[in-house]
Structures are given as C-alpha cells and as structure tokens.
Design a protein. Structure first.
Length: 245
C-alpha cells in the first residue's frame, strides 16, 4: 500500500507505513518503506532514522544518496557534501552515483555555490547520448543550474535535451522550455464563459399569411356565423442571429 499510494497520496502512504512499523519493525523492507513514506511527506528526520535502520539491517549502501538528501532537507548541506565524498559512494551502481551527484549539486546550490553546482553535474553521464532512467533528471538539473546563473541559451539547449530523454514525464522540462521560448499556455475557455449564448431574433409580418393558406379562396357561405375565423399565422420574414462574446 505504501508503494501504491506514495506518488498520489503520500500522507496515506505514510499512515500505512506507521501501521507496518507497529507490526514488523524488525523487517528491513518495512523500515525502508517507512523511510520513503516519511521522505515523501518531508519528515526528513524521521526518514533519515528509518533509512539508517534499514542500512544497519542489510549492510547495503543503496540508500546513501537519499540519506544525504535528507541531510539537505534538515538544513545541513555541508553534511550532504561530506557524504558525497565518502567511500560508500564508490560502492553505488551507476544510477546511485548519478543520484549522489544530483544531491551534491543541490547541496552546492543550497550554499549559493551556483558555479560549483554546474561543475558538479558535468560528467560523462551528462555528455552521453545514451538514454537511461536518470538521464532526463540529470539534464534537467544541469539546465536549471545554468539558468540560475543567467546562461539562458545553454539552459534552453539542455531543457530541450531533457525533454528528449523524458519519456515518462518525470520532469516539467517541456513547460520550462516553453517558458524560455515565451510560450504561454492559457485555458481555451473561461469557466464563466464556457458556453456562449446565442440570441435568435424573429421578425414577423403580422399582415401576412402562411404559404399554405390561399388568400384568394372564397368564403364558405354555409359556415356557422358563431364560429370565429381561424387567425392567420404570422409569416417569418427574417431571422437575425447574434452571439454574445
């Protein structure tokens, strides 16, 4: 349930994780799931404690980048940078190392070291034309860092590259690119004016009869006098259509 809800309902996922902890707190997978649920709800101190517990149980280093990001969330970017230079990083797979690079660049930006953040992201993975699950996020982070120092031309180029790699819509690179190009998206219709009202004005000639009525037909002499003659239906001579904006 944590995995099912964490993207759309992080608070709901967090609630399930607390129940799981009460039932099986000595299971590493439970501690890890609880950590991610807390992380998704920005409870960074709690998340860090759960990740540390899971790491102690398994001995794995795969949670190292997200643990470092929790340090950022707690306002300790220097600690995150220390973790980025720790020996544990060398034990990470390629995806983990890229994630650690993203966290380190974020820490640099937290410390207003914008140029250092750009340098941190420059890597063989960034220059590669190969599309990997982390490519879009890496290119996006690089474009955002470039934009932060006013290098808009280069930022636009890398946002475009991020769009090419973002096959599952994990970033808003397309929106950022459109913003740089001066494209503004607006709703096609205002909710208050969702439907236009059409007013049809019918102009009639009261002195005319319908086409079905023979004006020259003789009067029926045998018709009862107390029966009123049928009123002639007005003939429509013009229809005006006006639409209010």
């Amino acid at each position: 349930m944590v995995a099912r809800l964490i993207d759309e309902d992080p608070e709901g996922a967090y609630g399930y994780s607390r129940v799981a902890l009460r039932l099986a707190s000595r299971v590493a997978a439970v501690r890890e799931a609880a950590g991610f649920a807390a992380y998704a709800t920005q409870k960074y101190s709690e998340a860090l404690a759960e990740f540390r517990a899971a790491r102690r149980m398994t001995g794995n280093t795969e949670l190292w980048p997200v643990m470092a990001d929790c340090e950022r969330g707690l306002g300790r970017p220097e600690k995150a940078l220390d973790m980025a230079g720790a020996p544990e990083v060398q034990k990470l797979d390629k995806a983990g190392q890229v994630e650690m690079r993203l966290v380190a660049a974020g820490a640099r930006r937290d410390m207003d070291q914008l140029d250092a953040a750009i340098v941190t992201l420059q890597s063989a993975e960034l220059a590669s034309n190969s599309i990997q699950p982390w490519t879009a996020r890496l290119r996006y982070a690089y474009a955002d860092a470039l934009l932060a120092v006013g290098r808009e031309g280069e930022a636009r180029e890398w946002f475009a590259k991020a769009v090419e790699a973002d096959r599952d819509g994990s970033t808003d690179a397309s929106d950022r690119l459109a913003e740089l190009d001066g494209v503004e998206f607006v709703d096609a219709m205002d909710e208050d004016d969702a439907e236009t009202e059409t007013v049809v004005t019918v102009v009639v000639d009261e002195n005319t009869t319908t086409d079905d009525e023979d004006e020259d037909a003789p009067e029926d002499e045998d018709a009862p006098e107390d029966v009123e003659p049928k009123a002639a239906e007005p003939k429509i001579v013009e229809i005006k259509d006006s639409t209010e904006d």
